[in-house]
Design a protein around this ligand. Structure first.
Ligand SMILES: *[C@@H]1O[C@H](CO)[C@@H](O)[C@H](O)[C@H]1NC(C)=O
Ligand SMILES: *[C@@H]1O[C@H](CO)[C@@H](O)[C@H](O)[C@H]1NC(C)=O
Ligand SMILES: *[C@@H]1O[C@H](CO)[C@@H](O)[C@H](O)[C@H]1NC(C)=O
Ligand SMILES: *[C@@H]1O[C@H](CO)[C@@H](O)[C@H](O)[C@H]1NC(C)=O
Ligand SMILES: *[C@@H]1O[C@H](CO)[C@@H](O)[C@H](O)[C@H]1NC(C)=O
Ligand SMILES: *[C@@H]1O[C@H](CO)[C@@H](O)[C@H](O)[C@H]1NC(C)=O
Ligand SMILES: *[C@@H]1O[C@H](CO)[C@@H](O)[C@H](O)[C@H]1NC(C)=O
Ligand SMILES: *[C@@H]1O[C@H](CO)[C@@H](O)[C@H](O)[C@H]1NC(C)=O
Ligand SMILES: *[C@@H]1O[C@H](CO)[C@@H](O)[C@H](O)[C@H]1NC(C)=O
Ligand SMILES: *[C@@H]1O[C@H](CO)[C@@H](O)[C@H](O)[C@H]1NC(C)=O
Ligand SMILES: *[C@@H]1O[C@H](CO)[C@@H](O)[C@H](O)[C@H]1NC(C)=O
Ligand SMILES: *[C@@H]1O[C@H](CO)[C@@H](O)[C@H](O)[C@H]1NC(C)=O
Length: 594
C-alpha cells in the first residue's frame, strides 16, 4: 500500500513559492444587492513611535507604484535627495498599501543607496480589499538620509494571473521631524540634518558624560547616536540587493574597505525565510523524505575574512498565509509588517578592519534549504577629530558550540529533537580622540526544538525555545566603566496541528493552535526596559486537496503587548475572531510591579 501522509500533504499546501497564502473566501455571505463592505484595515500590534506626537518638519512622497507582475524584475528605483531647506533630528518611513482581489502573501524590502531600511510582508487579501500602513523609525540611517543623488528602491515580487488578481498599490514616504527642544542649547551633533562632520567645531572637553557614552559604544541601544557611515553588505540591484541563499553551503560575502578612523562598528542583518524553509521550525529531519526537510535548526552565521564573529537564530515571523490564514485578519503576526533585525557588534574586531585593506564580510544560514533572503548594513562611527585610530584585539576564550539532535520514527509517526548552545566572548580596544576604550562582548545563544508527529501522521506538535543574552561592557584604560548593558531575548513558540479527512469532499479539516512570543529585556547603568509581546491563536479550516483555498473555517486570535521603560509604558490587549475585533484596550500607565 502506498503510504499516505496527511500531515505532509497539509504542510505542502503551505510551501508554495514566495509566501504561501491560501485565499480564504468571505466568511459572511452577502446578498447581491447589499453594498460591499468597506476595505478592512489590517495592522501589527506595536507601540506608537515617539515621533507620533510631533508635527513633521518635512514630508517627502517618494514612490507611488502598482506592483502587478513584478516577478524576476528589478526593483522599482527612483532618485533621492533630502528635501530642500529642511532640518531634522529624526526620520520615519511610511509604507502604505491597499489592494483587492486574491493573492499570495508577498515579501517586500526598501533600500536607500543599497542599504535596507525596512523588510515587510503583505496582508491577507480579501475580495472587499484591505489596506495597511507600516511606520518605522529610520533615524539610525541618517548618514544616508542626508546624501544627495542616491536611490531609493522597492522590491515586491508579485505574480498576477487569472486566479491571483491582487495588484499591490504602494506608497513610500519619508517623514522628517525636528524634535529639538527650544530651551535646550542647539548642539551641532544633534542637528543631524547637517553634515556635522564637515563643520564640526565643538571641542572635546565640551562633551558631557552622556555624550561620551553614546559616542563610545553600546548602552543597550547600539544606535543611540546614528552611525556616520553605512556600507551595504548586499547583492546586485537587478536582483533586489538581497542575497538569495538556497542552501547551507550558499555563503555570500561583500568586500569592503572601512575608514581608518572607525571607532565603533555594528552589523545589522535583515533576514526572512521562504519556500521550503518558510516554516523551518516545523521541518522534519530528512528521514521523512519531505522536500521541506533538513530538520528544524537554522542559524544565521556572520564571518569576517572567513572567521566566525557572530550569529543569530531568527524570530519565527509567521506571514499572513501561515498556519491558518484566518488567524491574521485583521491583526497580523508578530513582525509580519516590520521584520526584526539582528545586530552583531563589530567593535571588538576593528583591529582587523581598519588597516585600509579590503575585507570580506560574509553571511550564510546553517541548515538552510531554499530559500532565505539575507542582507546587512555595516554601521560605522568615525572619529571626527582624527584621521586614524589604533585598535587591538584580545585573545578570549574560544567560542564554544554544542549541538545535539535525535530522530525517531515508527510508521507515520515521528519525534525529532534539536538542541544547540553557542557561547562567544570577544574584546578589543580602540584608541580614538575620545580615549582608549576596551569593548567586551559576551554572547550566549540557546536553541531547542521538538517536533512530535502522532496519530498515524495526523497530529503534529512543535515546541521551540530560543534564548539569547548579550552583555557589553566598555572600560577606559584607567579601568573606569564607560558603559555596561545586558540584553536578553526569548522567543518561545508552540504550534499544534491536527487534520481530519473529510470523506465527501476529499478535503481536510485542519485544526491548529499557536502560541508565539517575542520578549526582550534591556538593562544598563541608566535603567531598564522590558517588552513582552505574545500571540495566542486557535481555529480550524477546511482545505481541499489541489486547491490553495480555505473553504470554511473559524479562528480566534488574542494578543498582549506590554512595554515598560524608565518613564514610558505602553500596553495593548486585543482579541479578534473571524475577522472582527472583539476587544481592544490600550494603556499608557506605568504600573509598579509590586
Ligand atoms: C438576503 O436575502 C434574503 C432572501 O432574499 C433575505 O431573507 C435576507 O434578509 C437578506 N439578508 C440581508 C442581510 O439583507
Ligand atoms: C530621535 O532620535 C534619537 C536617536 O538619535 C532618539 O534618542 C530620540 O528619542 C528620537 N526622538 C524621537 C522623538 O523619536
Ligand atoms: C494603481 O491602481 C489603482 C487601483 O486600481 C488605480 O486607481 C491607480 O490609478 C493605479 N495607479 C497607477 C500609477 O497605475
Ligand atoms: C530654500 O531657501 C532658500 C534661501 O532662503 C530659498 O531661496 C529657496 O527658495 C528655498 N527652497 C525651498 C524649496 O523652499
Ligand atoms: C498614495 O498616494 C496617493 C497620492 O500621493 C494618494 O492619493 C493615495 O491615497 C495613497 N495611497 C495609500 C494606500 O496611501
Ligand atoms: C546632485 O545632482 C544635481 C543635478 O544633477 C547636481 O546639481 C548636484 O551637484 C548633485 N549633488 C551632489 C552632491 O553630487
Ligand atoms: C590615542 O589616540 C589619540 C588621538 O588620536 C592620540 O593623540 C594618542 O597619541 C593615541 N595614543 C597612543 C598611545 O597612541
Ligand atoms: C589601550 O588599552 C589597552 C587595554 O588597557 C592596552 O592594552 C593598549 O595598549 C592601549 N592602547 C594604547 C594605544 O594606549
Ligand atoms: C472542524 O474541526 C473543528 C474542531 O474539531 C470542529 O469544531 C469543526 O466543526 C469542524 N468543521 C467541519 C466543517 O468539519
Ligand atoms: C538616562 O536616564 C535619564 C532619566 O531617565 C534620561 O534623561 C537620560 O537621557 C538617560 N541617558 C541615557 C544615556 O540613556
Ligand atoms: C481569546 O480570548 C477569548 C476571551 O477571553 C477567549 O474566549 C478565547 O478562547 C481566546 N482565544 C485564544 C486562542 O486563546
Ligand atoms: C466564525 O465563523 C464560523 C463559520 O462561519 C461560525 O461557525 C462561527 O460561529 C463564527 N464565530 C464567531 C465567534 O463569530
Amino acid at each position: 500500500m502506498h503510504p499516505f501522509l496527511p500531515i505532509l500533504l497539509q504542510l505542502s499546501i503551505f510551501t508554495i513559492p514566495i509566501l504561501s497564502s491560501p485565499i480564504p473566501p468571505p466568511l459572511l455571505h452577502q446578498n447581491a444587492t447589499d453594498p460591499p463592505p468597506p476595505p478592512q484595515y489590517h495592522f501589527e500590534v506595536t507601540q506608537p513611535l515617539p515621533t507620533t506626537s510631533l508635527s513633521p518638519s518635512c514630508t517627502l512622497a517618494l514612490i507611488s507604484h502598482n506592483f502587478s507582475y513584478t516577478y524576476d524584475q528589478p526593483p522599482v528605483t527612483i532618485p533621492y535627495s533630502p528635501p530642500e531647506n529642511c532640518t531634522w533630528s529624526n526620520a520615519t518611513i511610511e509604507f502604505s498599501v491597499s489592494y483587492k482581489g486574491t493573492q499570495h502573501a508577498r515579501i517586500a524590502s526598501i533600500w536607500l543607496a543599497g542599504a535596507e531600511l525596512l523588510r515587510t510582508s503583505t496582508a491577507k487579501p480579501t475580495e472587499n480589499g484591505v489596506f495597511w500602513k507600516t511606520t518605522k523609525d529610520i533615524t539610525k540611517y541618517n548618514s544616508l538620509l542626508i546624501q544627495e543623488n542616491i536611490t531609493v528602491s522597492v522590491m515586491l515580487e508579485n505574480r498576477v494571473d487569472s486566479v491571483f488578481t491582487g495588484v499591490y498599490v504602494v506608497n513610500v514616504t519619508f517623514i522628517y521631524y525636528d524634535s529639538n527642544d527650544i530651551n535646550e542649547p542647539l548642539h551641532p551633533l544633534k542637528k543631524m540634518g547637517r553634515k556635522f562632520l564637515e563643520n564640526n567645531d565643538i571641542a572635546l572637553n565640551t562633551l558631557t558624560n552622556d555624550e561620551l557614552t553614546s559616542f563610545s559604544s553600546s548602552s543597550g541601544d547600539l544606535y543611540a547616536k546614528p552611525a556616520d557611515l553605512i556600507i551595504p553588505i548586499s547583492g546586485f540591484e537587478e536582483e533586489g540587493y538581497w542575497f538569495r541563499l538556497e542552501s547551507e553551503s550558499d555563503k555570500r560575502s561583500e568586500r569592503v574597505a572601512i575608514p581608518k578612523n572607525t571607532y565603533k562598528a555594528v552589523l545589522e542583518m535583515y533576514v526572512s525565510f521562504h519556500g521550503n524553509d518558510e516554516f523551518w521550525y516545523k521541518n522534519p529531519a530528512n528521514s521523512l523524505n519531505a522536500k521541506y526537510g533538513n530538520g528544524a535548526y537554522r542559524e544565521v552565521i556572520v564571518t569576517i575574512d572567513g572567521n566566525f564573529v557572530g550569529s543569530a537564530v531568527p524570530f519565527p515571523v509567521i506571514y499572513t498565509g501561515g498556519i491558518n490564514p484566518l488567524f491574521w485578519d485583521p491583526v497580523v503576526g508578530i513582525g509580519a509588517f516590520d521584520l526584526p533585525t539582528y545586530d552583531i557588534d563589530f567593535t571588538p574586531f576593528l583591529s582587523f578592519l581598519i588597516d585600509g585593506d579590503f575585507h570580506r564580510i560574509g553571511v550564510s544560514v546553517e541548515g538552510a534549504i531554499s530559500y532565505w533572503l539575507v542582507d546587512a548594513n555595516l554601521h560605522l562611527w568615525l572619529d571626527p577629530f582624527s584621521e586614524e585610530v589604533q585598535a587591538g584585539y584580545f585573545e578570549n576564550k574560544a567560542p564554544s558550540f554544542e549541538f545535539e539532535k535525535s530522530a525517531e520514527s515508527k510508521g507515520l509517526d515521528a519525534e525529532f529533537e534539536v538542541e544547540m548552545e553557542r557561547k562567544r566572548e570577544f574584546s578589543g580596544w580602540v584608541n580614538s580622540s575620545f580615549g582608549n576604550f576596551t569593548t567586551y562582548v559576551k554572547h550566549e545563544l540557546e536553541f531547542e526544538n521538538e517536533i512530535e508527529i502522532t496519530k498515524n501522521g495526523n497530529e503534529e506538535k512543535i515546541e521551540q525555545k530560543v534564548k539569547e543574552q548579550i552583555e557589553v561592557k566598555v572600560l577606559s584604560d584607567t579601568g573606569n566603566t564607560i558603559s555596561e548593558s545586558k540584553l536578553e531575548k526569548e522567543f518561545p513558540l508552540k504550534i499544534k496541528t491536527s487534520s481530519v479527512a473529510i470523506a465527501e469532499s476529499g478535503g481536510y479539516n485542519v485544526s491548529s493552535s499557536l502560541d508565539n512570543s517575542y520578549e526582550e529585556k534591556i538593562k544598563n547603568s541608566n535603567g531598564s526596559s522590558t517588552l513582552k509581546n505574545r500571540q495566542q491563536a486557535s481555529g480550524w479550516m477546511v482545505v481541499v486537496d489541489g486547491a490553495y483555498e480555505v473553504v470554511d473555517g473559524e479562528a480566534s486570535t488574542n494578543q498582549s503587548y506590554s512595554y515598560k521603560g524608565n518613564s514610558v509604558c505602553y500596553s495593548r490587549v486585543i482579541g479578534a475572531s473571524n475577522g472582527t475585533i472583539l476587544s481592544d484596550s490600550t494603556n499608557f500607565l506605568c504600573m509598579s510591579s509590586h
